[in-house]
Write a protein that binds this ligand. Structure first.
Ligand code: HEM
Length: 551
């Protein structure tokens, strides 16, 4: 009885708060529309009380919002709950935001899930533009991800790709199917941890699984829409039950980081014992450098342990799934387009031959492979939205954009805009090549050409682009050089949640093509990095073994 009364009371409070919200939001919305600026706000579809335009998002927001733009134009003013947002879906207006008015859009929106995972926003990828962000960005580019650093870690990447190919050769030898995405996540995870932490995060298989699980779960949670971000009276309630998952995964991450930091501190102590009172001359990884700043009382920036944990989390979160998903899509597209597969393979066979594995230095001579990667990033950008927030009022395309408006640039839509691309939904690497099959120089993916923005643009653009443009083409080339890929007739499209998240779910029906072979499922899923909807399960068939001595 008491429970019933409590429930009725709670309901009454929620209803009262809801009515108050509608009232306050309506007033705010109309006040905002009557801004001091003489310019109008961009066009806007009808909004619902409380949720505003949240109802427009659908299951796949990038696709749903592309439809909104087709109807209302390339610049649309939206209100997600109480948050004003600007949706941009043309190259020209993206340029106005990211280049002409770059100083206005240097911040990123804060989000509840991400905020919790990053110890209350102690990280650098959503840090507001300012001294801390500049310091961390400079350190990242000069010591970990800049073009001039890539050489230093080349051997690590070569070893890890070799290890991946050897593992798959073994599976192929035993006629086993593999979860391609999981294998590629393992590869990127190892590369990032060896580059950033000088070690694999794991000393054994259990720890390796733990780190992969934690990164996977964090990426999943970071990509979820949390109502607390949009509807203020939801802030007090965990209606979507994220709280438990967030707490659990961050605790597991804390545990891992504690061990990793302890190892680094012990290694430093040992170095100093053997070398005297300083450890100059030692090759330091980025974690060593962050720990030095943490200990240095005179450093221009004060770092906390939370800053360090959140930074490492950023590098794993931003650098592993994005690259793995891109490679998964590239292989899926090639298997689905036998013509493109045969051209790509012919090129690799010709340049690399048949007694060694592809290397990063070959990439310059593999224009078709490079075109495959660009075309994959065009159709399946690893971040379908570039998310920023305005720090002051500005004018975009003749419209007024108030301060604190969230900016969502729909790169998925821009990359498929028929005004810039012929047959925009077709997979055609040829569009990046001239008549002689050479790379077109006037169309790159590094943020200079606004019709193609997989890595964003400008000072806040992706610092991992140099690494991704080495790892992705080299791995894709090695995978098609060494293997034929048969899509599992039995298991294609099967949701192996057990392997991915430790959950048991009913199995989906397999997809079978006319010839009885499996068909690659090209459905998109929802997530930060635009993953495939279903795990990609394939049988690798060895085509060439560059390491015959191993088997
Ligand atoms: C195919 C692979 C990748 C894709 C598609 C991708 C995409 C993106 C995009 C779209 C952004 C936002 C850019 C903007 O706002 O203009 C971004 C930011 C970022 N990326 Fe990547 N990324 C990839 C790989 C990586 C890698 C390998 C790393 C690091 C190891 C990385 C680290 C970051 C970081 C730290 C940021 C935030 C930068 C800042 O706010 O200053 N990314 N990435």
């Amino acid at each position: 009885m008491a429970n019933l009364q409590d429930f009725a009371f709670l309901l009454l409070i929620i209803l009262a708060l809801a009515s108050l919200t509608i009232f306050v939001q309506t007033i705010i919305f109309f006040c905002k529309r009557k801004t001091k600026s003489l310019l109008p706000l961009p066009p806007s579809p009808p909004a619902l009380p409380i949720i505003g335009h949240l109802y427009l998002l659908g299951k796949l927001p990038h696709q749903a919002l592309c439809k909104v733009s087709n109807r209302y134009g390339s610049i649309v003013f939206l209100r997600f709950g109480y948050k004003s947002s600007l949706l941009v879906s043309s190259a020209e207006i993206a340029r106005e935001c990211l280049k002409t008015n770059e100083s206005c859009f240097m911040n990123r929106p804060q989000r509840a899930n991400f905020d919790y995972l990053t110890y209350g926003g102690s990280d650098f990828s959503v840090a507001p533009y300012g001294r801390y962000w500049k310091f961390m960005r400079k350190l990242t580019v000069s010591k970990l991800l800049g073009a001039s650093i890539m050489e230093v870690y080349q051997a690590i990447r070569r070893e890890e790709i070799k290890q991946l190919i050897q593992t798959i050769l073994k599976e192929a030898d035993e006629g086993k199917e593999i979860n391609v995405g999981a294998q590629l996540m393992g590869l990127t995870n190892n590369i990032i941890s060896r580059m950033a932490l000088k070690q694999k995060c794991a000393k054994n298989e259990d720890e390796a699984y733990e780190m992969r699980y934690v990164v996977d779960e964090m990426c999943d949670l970071a990509g979820k829409l949390n109502l607390q971000d949009f509807i203020w009276f939801c802030r007090k309630f965990d209606l979507q039950r994220f709280g438990k998952r967030l707490k659990e995964v961050r605790a597991r991450y804390d545990n891992l980081m504690e061990k990793i930091i302890k190892d680094h501190e012990e290694a430093k102590r040992r170095r100093m014992e053997t070398r005297g009172d300083n450890d100059n001359g030692e090759v330091k990884d980025i974690l060593d450098m962050l720990l030095d700043v943490y200990e240095d009382e005179d450093s221009e920036i004060k770092l906390t342990k939370e800053n360090i944990n959140a930074y490492v989390m950023n590098i794993f979160g931003a650098g592993t799934e994005t690259q793995a998903v891109t490679m998964e899509w590239a292989l899926s597209e090639l298997i689905s387009h036998p013509n493109a597969m045969s051209k790509a393979r012919q090129e690799v066979d010709q340049v690399v031959g048949n007694n060694r594995m592809v290397q990063e230095s070959d990439i310059a001579n593999l224009p078709y492979i490079k075109a495959v990667v660009k075309e994959t990033l065009r159709l399946h950008p690893g971040g379908p939205f570039i998310a920023r927030e305005s720090s002051k009022d500005c004018e975009i395309n003749g419209y007024h954009v108030p301060a604190n408006t969230r900016l969502f640039i729909n790169t998925w839509a821009i990359n498929r805009d028929p005004n810039h691309w012929d047959d925009p939904h077709e997979f055609s690497p040829e569009r990046f090549l001239d008549e002689d099959g050479n790379e077109k120089r006037d169309l790159d993916v590094r943020g200079h050409h606004f019709q193609l923005l997989p890595f964003g643009s400008g000072n806040r653009g992706c610092p991992g682009v140099n690494l991704a443009l080495l790892v992705v083409p080299t791995t894709v080339a090695a995978l098609i050089h060494c293997f034929d890929w048969k899509v599992g007739e039995e298991d294609n499209g099967v949701v192996d949640m057990e392997e991915r998240f430790g959950l048991s779910l009913p199995k989906a029906k397999p997809l079978v093509g006319e010839d009885g072979n499996g068909v690659v499922n090209m459905e998109e899923g929802f997530g930060l990095s635009l993953p495939k909807a279903k795990p990609f399960i394939c049988f690798p068939v060895a085509r060439l073994n560059p390491f015959p001595q191993v088997f």
